[in-house]
Design a protein around this ligand. Sequence first.
Ligand code: GDP
Ligand code: IMO
Ligand code: MG
Length: 465
Amino acid sequence: MTPTKDDVTIIGRVNYPKRRPLANVIVIGSQWGDEGKGKITDLLSKSADVVVRYQGGVNAGHTVVVNDQTFKLHLIPSGILYPDTECIIGSGTVIDPKVLIEELDLVEALGISTANLMISQAAHVTMPYHQLIDRASEERRGSQKIGTTGRGIGPTYADKSERTGIRIVDLMSRDRLKEQVHWTVNYKNLILEKLYHLSPLDPDEVEKEYIEYADRLKPYVIDASLKIYNAIEGRRNILFEGAQGTLLDLDHGTYPYVTSSNPVAGGACVGAGVGPTMIDRVIGVAKAYTTRVGEGPFPTEINDEIGRLLRDRGAEFGTTTGRERRCGWFDAVIGRYAVRINGMDCMAITKLDVLDELPEIKVCVAYQIDGQRCEDFPSSPLELAKCQPIYETKPGWQQSTVHCQTLEDLPQQALDYLRFLAELMKVSIAIVSLGASRDQTIVVEDPIHGPKRDLFYPSDTAGEN
Ligand code: GDP
Ligand code: IMO
Ligand code: MG
């Protein structure tokens, strides 16, 4: 049969994504977490209709400072402070209901409504045995420990992969909850008792506890992917808020010293349940230096008084666990890697003010491995272990930047430092942060409103469109 012209247009048509008035943007961490994603997400949320957390759990700690109030959010998206912005905890997250309820209470006590919060029914639930197993397995690992947050994240994701996980949707039906909790607790008790010599959990008690959580969370539970799709169809714009950072990614990070989810930009599509054609832009957040919490390689770590100065000036103590963060110089090899893995359009550089006092600032421009210069982040842990950073030293500015409002206000050396980072990473710098609060920010160009083009770094590949 000969196809008609209609057949060809209907059957043979490629559905190019519609132009959207405002961009759908993914905000990701470019280093080992704690880059200031909470601050940047809050800032951009002003122009977002919906903010979605797509992976991770209460291992995340995102700080938002507004006037004198500090909010430390673990699961609630950092858009919650805007009354008209909808916030969704997406399907790819893992939810500890106890911690989430505490967070809801805390936020509401500070006068913030949670009426616009929604929780995906497909998200997995962190159970009491997950935390016990997380901590016991870390102890068992001894010198091989990962330095997890102890919040049960790895075991919750492991159960998801093993297909023994309990999901939010399971909590929404009493019969299903009872059946699932009893079966799983009895199964996990074998591991707790036989492997870790811990006391077993009482399934009835766990059931009772989780019925209470289910009742409290029920009003928030939705089909998140459908909600997000409808929002996009309605030409509303979405901000996807990553947790952790690129080098903590399960597939692309410094395995095994990683978290158990995919913080990279690609993870947003899976975790939120949207197709890649829905995404317009990716913004990476990086500190003007580097930090890491927990174990694992860290080529530019500084163990002297400069490291301590960065820790103290940057208040580098974990938002979730209070642990001291390890500090080091900016690593442009990692920066380039994060640009590549995330398909990053532009970057937000945070905590530039922390460097204000330093007479000299080092930047790792490449690694030396077995006498060879290496520009790319090694995918082999054996090679990474051998990396020696090759530094270039830049002059510091030794004056305060905390009140700078435009690029012109910055001392020349600070501007040169930013330009140097942008050139090394071949990425534009759209936002510069100089303090924890909203007004301590230079927005060179708002990545939600601005056209997709070069912002700070003159690259020849990023054309206008
Ligand atoms: P996140 O996990 O990426 O959201 O980052 P965290 O909130 O865990 O850690 C970042 C810390 O730095 C928080 O205490 C923020 O309030 C703070 N912060 C963010 N941006 C800046 C900045 O530009 N300068 C300074 N001094 N602090 C900042
Ligand atoms: P935000 O979203 C920094 C680290 C832990 C540990 C490793 C594995 O605030 O940037 P896990 O408990 O996830 O199994 O721990 O990952 N880690 C983070 N480090 N920021 C985070 O989140 C982190 N979430 C997990 O310290 O090294
Ligand atoms: Mg954090």
